[in-house]
Design a protein around this ligand. Structure first.
Ligand code: PGA
Length: 230
């Protein structure tokens, strides 16, 4: 299973360092086949000792250059970071990343050999229209994306379940993952959206779920490690 922690705009450099130390101690009990990823805010990127992979929540599709406020490959190389989240719904929505932009970013980081966690997800009004509309919406988020890329993990995150405390139901996750798995040639597929210690066992037991992408419940090392070790 894959357990990925997305801190979003939470934690400082100091609290991230303390988190990593606390997590590392707890992860000594982790199953060797389980893989943990942490995505801290960019100010807290660093090299950390531990049985986990550090990734970046975002980066600009450039080595370096005149892109005020952004970081590029050069800044990630300093810490040996070769993993990136692309397509998160918060970036699509608040940072106005269009599908074309997302696809451009994907192509660039693929070219750089990065491991890409590619996020997709539908808003509530689409979910309410029914399964066919959901799949149509989700498949459109693969436009311009080379899903045959070896180093890709897909994360299905229904937007209405993100940060709301209301996870998708087992049936919703199960049917969506079954259909998505076919569309993505059986690539690893994570679920994200209010995954937490209380529902982790139920979620990772669903066929077609290869792990979780966790926001809120990942912010505390104790809560996140409970999920990994559950
Ligand atoms: P959440 O966020 O766990 O707080 O719902 C998930 C995500 O956005 O990756």
């Amino acid at each position: 299973m894959i357990y990925a922690a997305n801190f979003k705009t939470n934690h400082t450099r100091a609290s991230t360092k303390a988190y990593m130390q606390a997590l590392q101690e707890k992860l000594s009990a982790k199953k060797p086949e389980d893989h943990v990823y942490i995505f801290p805010p960019s100010t807290a990127l660093d090299t950390f000792e531990g049985d986990f992979t550090i990734g970046t929540q975002n980066a600009y599709a450039a080595q370096n250059g005149a892109y005020t406020g952004e970081i590029g490959v050069e800044q990630l190389d300093e810490f040996g970071i070769k993993t990136i989240l692309i397509g998160h719904s918060e970036r699509r929505e608040y940072m106005a990343e269009t599908q074309a932009k997302v696809a451009e970013k994907f192509a660039f980081f693929k070219e750089q050999g990065f491991e890409i966690i590619y996020c997709i997800g539908e808003p509530l009004h689409i979910r309410e229209k029914g399964f066919e509309s959901v799949m149509q919406y989700l498949l459109a988020q693969f436009e311009g994306i080379d899903i045959t890329y070896d180093n890709v993990i897909v994360a299905y995150e229904p937007i209405w379940a993100i940060g709301t405390g209301r996870s998708a139901t087992v049936e919703e996750i199960s049917s969506t993952h079954r259909a998505l798995k076919k569309a993505i040639n059986n690539k690893p597929l994570l679920y994200g959206g209010s995954a937490k210690p209380a529902n982790i066992l139920e979620i990772v037991s669903i066929a077609g779920v290869d792990g979780v992408l966790v926001g809120s419940a990942s912010l505390d090392a104790e809560s996140f490690s409970q999920m990994v070790l559950a």
